[in-house]
Design a binder for this molecule. Sequence first.
Ligand code: FAD
Length: 352
Amino acid sequence: MCDMTVELAERVRTAADSGMPLHLHGGNTKAFLGHPVRGEALSLHDHSGVLHYEPSELVITARAGTPLREIEDLLAAEGQMLAFEPPHYGDTATLGGTLAAGLSGPRRPWAGAARDFMLGCRLLNGRGEDLHFGGEVMKNVAGYDLSRLQVGAHGTLGVILEASLKVLPRPETEQTLVQERSEAEAIELMNDWGGDPLPLSGACYDGDHLYLRLSGAETAVKAASRKLGGEAHPDPDRFWRRLREQELSFFRHQAPLWRCAVAPASPPLGLDAAQLIDWGGGLRWLASRQPAERIRRQAAEAGGHATLYRHGDEATARFHPLPPPMLALHQRIKRSLDPQGILNPGRMYPEL
Ligand SMILES: Cc1cc2nc3c(=O)[nH]c(=O)nc-3n(C[C@H](O)[C@H](O)[C@H](O)COP(=O)(O)OP(=O)(O)OC[C@H]3O[C@@H](n4cnc5c(N)ncnc54)[C@H](O)[C@@H]3O)c2cc1C
């Protein structure tokens, strides 16, 4: 438990004065995402500690460097969880890095994304000013406030110092069913069942098998399990954890790994690629050496966008290029929060 606010603010102010870019990092587990940042390292790792957790209020507030594992263990001891099921990608994952990366696990379509659970935060802007946004209760967050903007901004809009997150009770019971299916069948079924009042909390297809996770009250899970059918998975927690952490054999491909967020009912993308589908059809992971433009076009035609996630070459843009009006908007937001452009410049786009 350590408060580094004063030192961190001083470092940012000095960098702003000299125009020296800063490369923010927490546990360095997601350093492979986006483009490398050339700048002085600013570590948030030691700025840690849970500041407030009252299980009856369903809110936790912690400093950015707090290990994600510590937060999850604390919640689990009270029968609660981070419902967006964030990937760790390593033992040293921190709360700040998790929020900055804005990643959500298999439960996302049913529970919500990382951004939806951010209630408020304290951050340093690019002038080293210590700012508070949002609060610790849901009703403070009307619409899209600046704390939510930090989620997925990869540290380009501020140094997250502290964050308050909404937490949820863990389900009473869970069961995972496995069915052998074709890709087209799996997509159709995931979408049909996704529209039914079923206690689904995960739906993934690995190329041969459809995996369906049911979570909730025991009677509801049993009834849904009878309706859907299939074999009960012998070790479901391990399966969903390995999916979330990209430890399944699919993720051992050495071809570029693409993350395509698309409309869930999109038919198979029809690219020459190994594929794994998550989020009930909404997330298509592709291991493919196809040209980036082709993959991006297919993802856009399917109502979404494609991010080059791992094994990319230096020259290919990691994030889906923004249309000019959207880029101009991003640039205005960046300028107002980080006028000297010193916070993780170029991490997402060269212009930001
Ligand atoms: C249940 C469900 C239904 C959906 N239905 C639809 C639908 O009907 N139509 C549809 O279009 N999509 C749909 N999607 C996809 C959804 O819109 C994307 O998941 C969403 O755009 C991504 O937002 P996110 O906040 O999860 O960011 P993430 O996907 O986590 O974003 C990752 C990073 O990419 C960046 N990014 C996000 N969007 C873009 C973009 N467009 N261009 C460049 N960079 C970007 C973000 O800044 C962020 O840093 C659906 C997804 C789900 C799970």
